[in-house]
Design a protein around this ligand. Structure first.
Ligand code: PEP
Ligand code: MN
Length: 264
């Protein structure tokens, strides 16, 4: 069902308030790896509004490699995130980690994010197939594109056609970067599926200085959008600071992304 053979016309999602994801416009989503505080959300939302970016990312349930790392503000954080975003006309995308959270989070998210560690959590995918909210599925850390498409098929066949795919880098033998952003994925997915494809250069390369370059390359490769990490003080971020842009870097990237998209 997610194949171009089944549906030729590209899928375009309408998140409401004129925010669309898919062919016809460049989708930008930015924000911290983790939602940390009300004051932080205030600053980041203002940064997004200043740059006419309508989607904010930010985790409240964080999948951390170590159990001792910051694991997010949970539902209280999400409720506040939702309330503040709604007041400003901003849409939110945040990660859902398990089936029991789907119902709890439902009314407070605009897009459910399925993280790279959960791409093949088939129970979670089944549960998301039954909701009426868009879902962005990230490619698994060692996942093939075929596996990513199969994961999308779970949600789509469950009845939820509002899907976005995200290339976020894969684990390879290379150790110079956190992950290897596989930009080959973009043209291949765009050919194979009618679903929107977006690129996450932050997790894809993991090194702040190189994030803008890879974001621009993602757009040139044909991505429908970019999702990246931005924070008022990346050095103090509770997670993923080393791959997070400050506001100056973020504003510059947004301008350049729009220029490059216009050249396509
Ligand atoms: C994130 O978006 O902060 C995240 C945890 O991403 P991934 O699942 O791609 O590692
Ligand atoms: Mn992160």
């Amino acid at each position: 069902l997610v194949s171009r053979k089944w549906r030729v016309r590209p899928t375009v999602l309408d998140l409401g308030d004129g925010v669309r994801v898919g062919e016809g416009a460049l989708t930008l989503a930015a924000g911290p790896c983790s939602i940390e505080s009300e004051a932080q959300m205030e600053l980041i939302m203002q940064h997004l509004l200043d740059n006419n970016v309508r989607i904010m990312r930010g985790g409240v349930f964080k999948p951390r490699s170590s159990p001792y790392s910051f694991r997010g503000l949970g539902m209280d954080g999400l409720k506040l995130f939702h309330q503040m975003a709604r007041a400003r006309g901003i849409k939110i995308i945040t990660e859902v980690m398990q089936v029991s959270q789907v119902e709890e989070m439902h009314d407070y998210v605009d897009v459910f994010q399925v993280g790279a560690r959960n791409t093949q959590n088939f129970n979670l995918l089944d549960a998301l197939g039954g909701v009426d909210k868009p879902v962005m599925i990230k490619r698994g850390i060692s996942g093939t594109l075929e596996e990513l498409l199969s994961s999308a098929e779970y949600v789509f066949s469950g009845g939820n056609e509002k899907l976005i795919l995200c290339e976020r880098g894969i684990r390879t033998f290379e150790t110079a970067s956190r992950n290897t952003l596989d930009l080959n994925a973009v043209p291949i997915l765009k050919e194979k599926t009618h679903l929107p494809v977006i690129v996450d250069p932050s997790h894809g390369i993991g090194i702040r200085e190189y994030v803008p370059t890879m974001a621009l390359a993602g757009v040139m490769a044909g991505a429908d959008g970019i999702i990246y990490e931005a924070h008022e003080k990346p050095e103090e971020a509770a997670s993923d600071g080393a791959q997070t842009l400050n506001f100056q870097e973020s504003s510059r990237l947004i301008r350049n992304l729009r220029k490059v998209y216009a050249l396509r």
